[in-house]
Design a protein around this ligand. Structure first.
Ligand code: BTN
Length: 316
């Protein structure tokens, strides 16, 4: 029916094609309506799909998706504590690379450095992807940067907005945060078992949807002045991530590093480095190394490389 959107399909046709009884067709139509699909029924003509629900059902966003690595299985929740947490559980049960959890709402969305992530229902894309790259754990930051490039590219393609990436992977527009990415790994000293890339993209929030402490956050709707199609964004996001991840596995980090550098707003800037449990300090961001780490020079002229933590851009 999704492929035939807008065309009538008789109950008889559906029953024949799906090899189910007319009563079963009727029951399925009822279930779809309950899920939010707008289905018109007309005597003698049958049923017609006239509207899709604004819910990120995999059966909708996978239409037209052509991925070779991120192929699911897909899990959609109306509410979940955290998609990263739910995916970790699935990973522990042995689910394959490419498993994806997506939710309309997160009750305990997790941010970087122990912070929480505000995830109101139906307004954003709260998604986690399971990856199992053959990498040493110390190289996992490359995937964090890859995720940032994925989101930057997706926003550009779908909305035309040019956003910037702040190391490691915050997506900003005019200084306001549109997207955060939380990468979590399970690893031993030598071996990376799996990596969970959790993406939180603010799509259709209005200003009043953000609590006061998130005054420096924004959404695609606020910036463009238009409600955005979350299905289209999700399809593009997964397609771009699949393409970039394949490129990474075939050719290494080089090309992704260049893409990241082309869209970054950190390098060459004066920054403050914040690390958990340590004092903040000022520095200048110099470059990204081959492992996705940030090279800096402190005010005292000491060069260093940062793997974790957060940087803020100092005002000019
Ligand atoms: C940040 O602090 O900037 C990272 C935020 C990451 C939020 C996303 S939303 C989907 C996934 N599930 C979570 O609990 N967190 C990440």
């Amino acid at each position: 029916m999704l492929q035939k959107k807008g065309d009538f399909c008789s109950g008889e046709e559906l029953s024949r094609e799906l090899r189910i009884s007319r009563t079963a067709v009727w029951k399925q139509i009822k279930t779809l309506r309950e899920k939010g699909y707008l289905i018109e029924a007309a005597p003698r003509r049958g049923y017609r799909l006239v509207g899709l629900p604004d819910r990120l059902y995999p059966e909708i966003f996978t239409v037209g998706l052509n991925t070779s690595l991120l192929k699911g299985p897909y899990y959609h929740f109306m509410k979940v504590d955290s998609t990263n947490r739910a995916l970790r559980q699935l990973a522990e049960e042995g689910k394959p690379q490419g498993t994806i959890v997506i939710a309309e709402e997160q009750l305990q969305g997790r941010g970087r450095l122990g912070r929480s992530w505000h995830s109101p229902p139906g307004k954003g894309i709260w998604i986690s992807v399971l990856l199992k790259p053959p990498l040493a754990p110390e190289n996992s930051a490359c995937l964090t940067l890859l995720a940032g490039v994925t989101v930057q590219k997706t926003i550009q393609e779908v909305t035309g907005l040019e956003t910037g990436i702040k190391w490691p992977n915050d997506i900003l527009y005019s200084g306001d945060k549109l997207c955060g990415i939380l990468t979590e790994i399970k690893a031993e000293m030598e071996a990376l078992h799996y990596l969970i890339v959790g993406i939180g993209l603010n799509v259709n929030q209005g200003k009043s949807d953000f609590p006061p402490e998130l005054a420096k956050s924004s959404s695609l709707k606020i910036i463009t002045g238009q409600k955005q199609d979350r299905h289209q964004l999700t399809t593009a996001l997964l397609q771009n991530m699949d393409n970039l991840y394949r490129l990474f596995l075939q050719e290494g980090f080089g090309a992704i590093r260049e893409m990241w550098k082309g869209k970054n707003i950190t390098l060459g800037q004066k920054i403050t480095v914040h690390r958990q449990g340590a004092a903040s300090f000022s520095a200048t961001a110099l470059d990204i190394d081959g492992k996705g780490r940030l090279k800096i020079v402190t005010e005292e002229g000491r060069e260093d490389t940062i793997t974790a933590g957060e940087v803020s851009l100092n005002p000019e």
